[in-house]
Design a protein around this ligand. Structure first.
Ligand code: FES
Length: 172
């Protein structure tokens, strides 16, 4: 592995995973699947929740070791699925759907509202005060009641700009 200037860098030191607070939950998830690899996605959800809303390279390495898969497999999942964060995230997440139905029904305006209210420079970035992470998401599966957003994992439909502002105001 090399850094951007070509100098060799060491792989991240794996954290002990799972820590005792989430060991039982992770072990139960693994027990439900035919292989340890099949449990990667739900275990990553638990890891992200436990480690402050994001998965660091050290946690990534710990999860890989626990599940007996390569670090690059975990990295691929983290960077493919938009619900995971591989950088420190805001305390609250606002997901704005950007797919066709929502876009036609005003999602662009919702995204502008979310960015302006949070202070996030652009989607995918955390606000300078660390309070919000605003993300563009593909179809959230709620097209019949577009536009749709998720705030901290809870769906909201037929959302107006005013409603989104209120939802964000309610975030501590
Ligand atoms: S297009 Fe937005 S929820 Fe499907």
């Amino acid at each position: 592995m090399t850094s951007t200037n070509g100098a060799p860098v060491s792989p991240p030191e794996a954290v002990e995973f799972p820590p005792k607070e989430i060991k039982k939950e992770c072990d139960e998830i693994v027990a439900r699947y035919p292989t340890r690899m099949a449990a990667c996605l739900p275990v990553l959800h638990v890891a992200q929740r436990h480690f402050g809303g994001w998965v660091s390279p050290e946690v990534e390495a710990g999860v890989a070791e626990y599940l007996g898969v390569s670090d690059s497999h975990i990295r691929g999942l983290l960077t493919f699925y938009a619900m995971y964060n591989d950088k420190p995230a805001g305390r609250h997440e606002v997901w704005v759907c950007r797919t066709l139905t929502c876009w036609l029904l005003g999602a662009e305006k919702l995204r502008e509202t979310a960015l302006a209210k949070s202070g996030c420079e652009k989607p995918g970035m955390t606000s300078p005060d660390g309070k919000f992470l605003v993300k563009n998401m593909e179809c959230l599966g709620l097209c019949e009641a577009a536009p749709a957003v998720f705030v901290d994992g809870k769906p909201h439909v037929n959302v107006s700009n005013e409603q989104l502002e209120k939802l964000m105001d309610a975030c501590e």
